[in-house]
Ligand binder design. Structure first.
Ligand code: SPV
Ligand code: MG
Length: 564
C-alpha cells in the first residue's frame, strides 16, 4: 500500500466511464501487486507536446496467479484475488479493470460484483468459458465455451446487483480462442449486448490481428443494427506489432497490455539469480537492479522518514530555564533587547522556523517582566535558593516526548536546531570548538567539555559525530578542553525518562557537594550532565563551529547587535 496515490472508491469507480466518454480510446496496463501498480500508475513520458501514460490498470488472472506461483486455471480463489486487487487500489489512483475469469456460478458472480463495486473497481470482464477455465494463450489447452444463454443470464444477474451506474460489466468472447470463429463470436456479442453488458472484449491468441479486425468491422454493423455502440476491448499480447493508432482506427476503445510488467520482472529476476550464482557475488547484477533508494522513493519510504522527523519536531518541547537572578543584569536575560527585540522573542522565531512551536519558560526572578505570547510559563518560586537544574525540572511534565534544553541568554542559528533534531542519539549536547579562537572575558568561566575522541581543531565545519562527553564543567583547564558547551541540548523521550529517574534519585538520596556545586540544590545543568555520565549513560555531542552567541554582559549586547 502506498500513501502517495489516494482516491476514494466512488471517485475512482467513475473514472473509466469518464475516460471512455472523453477520449474514446483508453490505454490499460497490468498490475499484479502494489509495486507494479505504483509503476503502472506513475510511469509517464512526454513525447512532443503530449504526455503519454496509462489510463487504467488491469488486474490479470494470469499475472496474479503467476506472481503467487500458481497456474492461471481458476486455482487462486476470490479472497486471494481481493488481496491483490486491494494492493493495486491502495497503490494507485487510476481506474481498475478486474479480470473476473468466468465469473464462476451466477450466484458467485453476484457476490463478486458487489465486492468489486464496493472496492471502487470500474469494470469486471468475464469470459464466456466454463469453470474451471484454462488460460487463453496456451495453444494446446482445452478451451470450452459456456452456453451463450447461460452466460447472458450471468451478465443480467450481475447487472442487477450493481448499485452505481459507474460500474461496468464486460463480456469477453472466446470464440477465436476456442476455434469457434467469427460467426459464433458475433452471435454471442448480440446475446450479451441484449443482456445489458457494458462492453465487449474480443480475444485472440493469433499473431495475426485479422480475426479481431474482422470482428471489429462486423461489431460496428451489429451495433448500428442494435442502435447501441458499447466499448470494444482487445488484448494484443500475441498480435503485438499492431499499433494503438491502428486499433483505434479499427474501432477499439480499450487496449489492455495484459501481462508485460510481470513478464519483464520474471525475466530479470531469473537473469539476476543466475548471475549471482555464476559470479559468486552480486556486483555483476547491480546494473540490472533498481537502486534501493529508487524503490524507497516509489513506495513512499522517503515520506515516512520525513514525517518521522516532522512528528518528532511537532511534539518535541523546548524548555528554557529563566528563573535565576543574573549577576550582571537586573532583569531576566530573556527580556534583554537585542536590536529592539527580546532574546526570548528571537529564540521563539528561530525555534518556530524549525517547526518547534511548544516552548516552556521557567520564570522566577522578576517573573512579571517575562510576558511574551505563545509561550507556556511555569514557575520556580525557590529561584533564590536553587539553581538552573531545579528550574529545568519545574517543567518536568513537558519533557515526556523528548525536549530541547535551551539557556535563556543565547542566540543561535536555525541550522543548529535542525541538526540537533536530526540526531539519532538519546542525549546530545551542542558543543563548540571555536572557543579557543575567540576572546573571552577574563571573568567568564566557560562550561568546558572533554570528549572521548579528540576534535580536529582546524576544522570549521558543522557536522554530526558519534563522539561522547566524558567530562563537563567550569573547572576543566581551558588548554585541555575539547569544546565549550553552548547551552543547547537535546533529550529524546528515552533520554528524558532516564534523566527524570536520575534527578529524583539524587533529590531523595544525595547529600553534600554535587560535582562543581556546593549541593544538589545549587546544581547547574552541567553538574547534572556529569552525574548522568558518571552513572554510565552516554551523552553525545553535536559539534558546531560558532553560529551561536551568549549574552554574558552589556558589551555582548553591542557585539550581538553588530552580528545581527
Ligand atoms: C489475463 O491477463 O489473465 C487474461 C488475458 O485473461 S490472457 O492471459 O491473454 O488470457
Ligand atoms: Mg485471465
Amino acid at each position: 500500500m502506498s500513501l502517495k496515490n489516494r482516491i476514494a472508491p466512488e471517485e475512482r469507480r467513475k473514472l473509466l466511464k469518464q475516460l471512455l466518454n472523453e477520449k474514446h480510446f483508453v490505454r490499460v496496463i497490468e498490475a499484479h501487486n502494489g509495486l507494479s501498480a505504483i509503476i503502472a500508475n506513475n510511469t509517464k513520458e512526454k513525447l512532443g507536446d503530449e504526455l503519454y501514460e496509462f489510463d487504467a490498470l488491469w488486474e490479470s488472472s494470469l499475472t496474479d496467479s503467476a506472481s503467487k506461483g500458481y497456474p492461471d486455471a481458476d486455482i487462486v480463489g476470490s479472497e486471494s484475488r481481493y488481496i491483490t486487487i486491494k494492493q493495486i487500489l491502495n497503490s494507485s489512483t487510476k481506474p481498475l479493470i478486474v479480470d473476473g475469469d468466468t465469473g464462476g456460478e451466477a450466484t458467485n458472480f453476484e457476490y463478486f460484483v458487489r465486492e468489486l463495486e464496493n472496492m471502487g473497481v470500474s469494470m469486471v470482464i468475464i469470459e464466456d468459458k466454463v469453470f474451471p477455465k484454462r488460460n487463453s494463450l496456451d495453444p494446446r489447452a482445452k478451451q470450452t465455451q459456456e452456453d451463450p444463454n447461460r452466460f447472458a443470464i450471468k451478465i443480467e444477474r450481475g447487472k442487477n446487483i450493481q448499485l452505481s451506474p459507474d460500474f461496468m460489466i464486460a463480456a469477453r468472447i472466446e470464440s477465436f480462442i476456442a476455434g469457434a470463429g467469427l460467426e459464433d463470436a458475433l452471435f454471442r456479442a448480440k446475446k450479451y449486448l441484449n443482456a445489458g453488458v457494458d462492453a465487449i472484449m474480443i480475444h485472440s491468441k493469433s499473431d495475426d490481428p485479422k480475426d479481431i479486425f474482422d470482428f471489429a468491422r462486423e461489431y460496428q454493423i451489429l451495433s448500428d443494427e442494435l442502435g447501441m455502440r458499447k466499448p470494444l476491448i482487445c488484448v494484443p499480447t500475441t498480435y503485438n506489432t499492431v499499433s494503438e493508432t491502428e486499433l483505434r482506427e479499427k474501432g477499439f476503445n480499450i487496449v489492455i497490455y495484459a501481462n508485460h510488467l510481470l513478464r519483464a520482472a520474471h525475466k530479470v529476476m531469473k537473469e539476476t539469480a543466475l548471475n549471482i550464482l555464476k559470479h559468486g557475488r552480486a556486483f555483476e547484477v547491480e546494473s540490472m537492479c533498481s537502486p534501493v533508494n529508487t524503490i524507497f522513493e516509489d513506495v513512499g519510504f522517503i515520506e515516512v522518514r520525513e514525517k518521522d522527523l516532522m512528528y518528532k519536531q511537532g511534539k518535541v518541547q523546548v524548555i528554557i530555564p529563566a528563573a535565576g537572578k543574573d549577576l550582571v543584569f537586573d532583569i531576566p536575560k530573556s527580556v534583554i533587547k537585542i536590536k529592539g527585540k527580546e532574546i526570548l522573542v528571537r529564540q521563539r522565531e528561530i525555534l518556530r522556523s524549525c517547526g518547534l512551536e511548544d516552548i516552556t519558560v521557567v520564570k522566577g526572578y522578576k517573573e512579571s517582566l517575562i510576558d511574551i505570547e505563545g509561550i507556556k510559563y511555569v514557575y520556580n518560586t525557590d529561584f533564590d535558593k536553587t539553581h538552573i537544574l531545579h528550574s529545568l525540572f519545574k517543567a518536568e511534565v513537558d519533557m515526556n516526548n523528548g525536549f530541547i534544553y535551551l539557556n535563556s541568554d543565547i542566540l543561535f542559528d536555525k541550522q543548529i536546531i535542525d541538526n540537533l533534531l536530526n540526531t539519532k542519539q538519546e542525549m546530545v549536547l551542542v558543543v563548540d570548538n571555536s572557543f579557543t579562537y575567540h576572546k573571552h572575558d577574563v571573568d567568564k568561566k566557560l562550561d568546558l567539555v572533554l570528549t572521548k575522541n579528540k576534535p580536529i581543531k582546524e576544522r570549521r565545519m558543522l557536522y554530526l559525530k558519534d563522539n561522547e562527553v566524558i567530562r563537563i564543567g567550569k573547572s576543566i583547564n581551558k588548554n585541555m578542553a575539547d569544546y565549550e558547551f553552548t547551552g543547547i541540548a537535546y533529550f529524546s523521550e528515552y533520554g528524558a525518562n532516564i534523566i527524570k529517574k536520575i534527578y529524583h534519585e539524587c533529590a531523595t538520596n544525595h547529600d553534600g557537594p554535587f560535582h562543581e556545586a556546593e549541593s544538589f540544590e545549587k546544581a547547574s545543568f552541567t553538574d547534572f550532565i556529569q552525574e548522568i555520565i558518571d552513572r554510565g549513560f552516554k551523552v553525545h555531542l553535536l559539534e558546531v563551529y560558532k553560529g551561536w552567541f551568549e549574552i554574558h554582559n552589556k558589551n555582548d549586547i553591542e557585539v550581538a547587535e553588530k552580528l545581527l
